[in-house]
Write a protein that binds this ligand. Structure first.
Ligand code: FPP
Length: 254
């Protein structure tokens, strides 16, 4: 039997770099450096598996409150990652996107980010979406401000506001919702990540720290996802009936 397709959109909270480093008596930044190597591997793995969108939570709005040296170390890692990965992204058809308060990034990082986004804009393969200076609450807040401005200026009425309109005002406008959300590092919380978009994501928590996360962990999370029944508020029987009807339709058209 052919294996089922991978989730179209996988979103990952890459946690545990600092503890990984500490366990080995290393500086936190070396944990983040090891985390970048995992990013490289997992991007390639997801692309080979046929994932449509991979969103990585690389830096949150709250991460600005970390010690200055850690913040600037992370920004350097990000800049170097973008510079070193451009060729590989172009070769593999990976299109880079970014979500968050990007204007708050240091100028050099912002510029290399925008440059990589525009140089990969024609790529037709997987979308690599980096969440940078990202916070779900501030994303919702700016959407509410933009929509309420439209109400005040009279271009829409409050009763015209729809879920689709909210979607269009988020940083993720145009991207599908995450199907599978993975958090590494042993914590079980969303930490302000994709709060609106993850309403129906299947969530997978693993104790594995991000630097140790590998293809086996990824395929494990994907097979766990395949074992779940996504009901979107309906009953299990309704979903099973729909799947049977879909199978019959596929068979009769083959
Ligand atoms: C959380 O681990 C991780 C981060 C705040 C940063 C994640 C960044 C990277 C993996 C590298 C840069 C990213 C790219 C895309 C090049 P933590 O430090 O909170 O770990 P801890 O909870 O063990 O302290």
């Amino acid at each position: 039997m052919p294996s089922p397709p991978p989730p179209n959109h996988i979103a990952i909270i890459m946690d545990g770099n600092g503890r990984w480093a500490k366990r080995q008596g290393l500086m936190r930044l070396l944990g983040h450096r090891a985390g970048v190597k995992t990013v490289r591997r997992i991007v390639e793995d997801c692309q080979r598996l046929g994932v449509g969108v991979l969103t990585l939570y690389a830096f949150s709005t709250e991460n600005w409150n970390r010690p200055k040296e850690e913040v600037s170390g992370l920004m350097d890692l990000l800049k170097n990652f973008l510079r070193s990965e451009l060729e590989r992204m172009l070769k593999n058809g990976v299109r880079l996107q970014a979500i968050g308060q990007l204007q708050n990034l240091p100028t050099e990082v912002y510029e290399v980010l925008q440059e990589t986004i525009s140089k990969t804009a024609h790529c037709q393969g997987m979308v690599l979406n980096l969440a940078l200076s990202y916070g779900g609450r501030s994303e919702l807040l700016q959407a509410m401000q933009a929509i309420s401005t439209k109400c005040v200026t009279g271009s829409i009425r409050p009763e015209d506001i729809t879920e689709a309109m909210v979607d269009e005002h988020l940083y993720t406008a145009g991207l599908p919702e995450p199907d599978l959300l993975i958090r590494t590092g042993g914590e079980a919380r969303l930490s302000n990540f994709l709060l609106w978009q993850s309403s129906y994501a299947e969530i997978f928590f693993t104790d594995t720290a991000w630097p140790d996360f590998n293809l086996k962990d990824l395929t494990g999370a994907i097979s766990d996802y395949h074992g779940r029944q996504r009901r979107f508020g309906r009953t299990g029987e309704q979903v099973a009936d729909d799947a049977t009807t879909a199978d019959v339709t596929v068979e009769s058209t083959q």
